[in-house]
Design a protein. Structure first.
Length: 131
């Protein structure tokens, strides 16, 4: 039995084909909101990719506050630390993230963990506290 790894595609294109495209050509494969954002900020996205590749070549971590950048194919495989308002969240860019914004992968609000109610939190606990 042979195990074959499924080839990842995006809108019918393979990753190799997508990595050959620049940001404006890749934007044609995005949905309207992401396309608009990518076309308006294509220079900023290209600058980020170039700076990130230089930092990775120097063995430095890539940290950014830019939560509104669109993930493009040239970013796949990068390890980026995205600021969530408190700390830098480490994120590895994978193929399924194409077309999404950085901010989606670094949540600003943590999950709520509800514990048991404290004294005075419910009407029943107030009655017990008065005794």
């Amino acid at each position: 039995m042979e195990i074959t790894k499924k080839q990842l595609t995006f809108r019918g294109k393979t990753m190799e084909e997508l990595k050959a495209l620049d940001v404006r050509e890749f934007a044609k494969f995005l949905r309207s909101r992401q396309r608009r954002t990518a076309l308006r900020n294509f220079q900023e996205i290209e600058d980020f990719v170039n700076k990130a590749k230089n930092k990775i070549a120097k063995k430095k971590s890539v940290k950014t506050h830019k939560r509104d950048l669109i993930v493009v194919p040239k970013m796949i495989g990068m390890k980026i630390h995205i600021y969530n308002g408190n700390t830098f969240v480490p994120v590895e860019i994978i193929g399924e993230m194409l077309g999404h914004k950085f901010g989606e992968f670094a949540p600003t609000r943590g999950r709520v963990k509800h514990g048991s109610a404290g004294v005075g939190a419910t009407k029943g606990s107030r009655a017990q506290a008065k005794k």
